[in-house]
Design a protein around this ligand. Sequence first.
Ligand SMILES: *Cc1c(COP(=O)(O)O)cnc(C)c1O
Length: 371
Amino acid sequence: MNKTISLCDPIIGYEEKKALCEVIDSQWLTMGERVVAFEKTFAGLHHMADAVAVNSCTAGLHLALLGLGIGPGDEVLVPSLTFAATVNAVMYCGATPVFVDVESEDIPHISIADAEAGISSDTKAVMVMHYGGYLVDLRQWRDLADKHGLYLIEDAAHAPETGDVGRISDAAAFSFFTNKNMTTAEGGMVLATDSEVLQRIRGMRSHGMTTGTLDRHKGHAFSYDVTLLGYNYRMDELRAAMGLVQLPHLARWNGHRRQLSFRYRRVLRDRLPEVTIPFNETHETSAHIMPVLLPDGINRQKVMEGLRHTGIQSSIHYPPVHQFSYYRKRFPDISLPNTERFCARELTLPLHPGLSEGDVDRVIEALKQAL
Ligand SMILES: *Cc1c(COP(=O)(O)O)cnc(C)c1O
């Protein structure tokens, strides 16, 4: 039996263990100097002055929306080809998500033309998602947002340290969940271009309190006020310590992922031309996942079983959000033909920096057999 090729593996080891032990030895477990250092380092890698660490990307998206003042009665344009969290965050605010189709099966990004057609007098923001790590055209989105007086928010869960991510939008949220390009087990980060917005987000991360635990511990403050409605979306020192170990490797890991994605493109073109790949080699990407499109009419379930039989994991990114029962009930009769067609054919193949080019070739041979 061949070794299992998993969809994605975190890269963690001795350095992370050591960093975690140091936190435990320090006896200071949450919202301390490591969280601040993690924020500063992450911000710096994105050419930004500061960032706010949170306990998930979902929390980050929620706070990004709230920090920009999105609330009941507001509409937010969203893709349906995304993880449910993107749309859930809009619901948390009491705002209304307006689902927008993707451009095409080749460019499965939220369509600018369809988004513009969906703008109403209640539209306050658009949320874009860098599917698979492939960046949406942020300049074009910025122009559209400015033309209509909308906020531009990035669900950047797939695309840390990639191109202009986080720099052109009003706010961006990142994920450090276990299967992302870097991990703190659970965790997230928010960037915002307006420092007042970022301050509001920082306040809402911890109950809207005016001083932090560390300030009070150090004797910088004796009491605090609660100035706005906040949450407990704090990141702890253990996660920040892991993040500080992971961050310096991120650019190299992204590069390794890209090289493997090029290998997939080359070998699939030669060996399995009926399987197509969205985007192209020149598209700026963190290569978060390896999405391919199976030929029309193929039984995807059978293909996935065939792959699993040879020890190869695969997945689907994503079942469209507008077709989940909760959203169907809330927003019936939505039809997004390009999204639905893409999602019906999409298959995600293994991609992570622990793979070799030989592993990629093995996945493609197994896919050929399964088809
Ligand atoms: C993983 C993911 C999220 C949620 O991230 P968490 O940190 O688990 O909350 C949001 N959006 C997208 C596109 C994701 O892939």
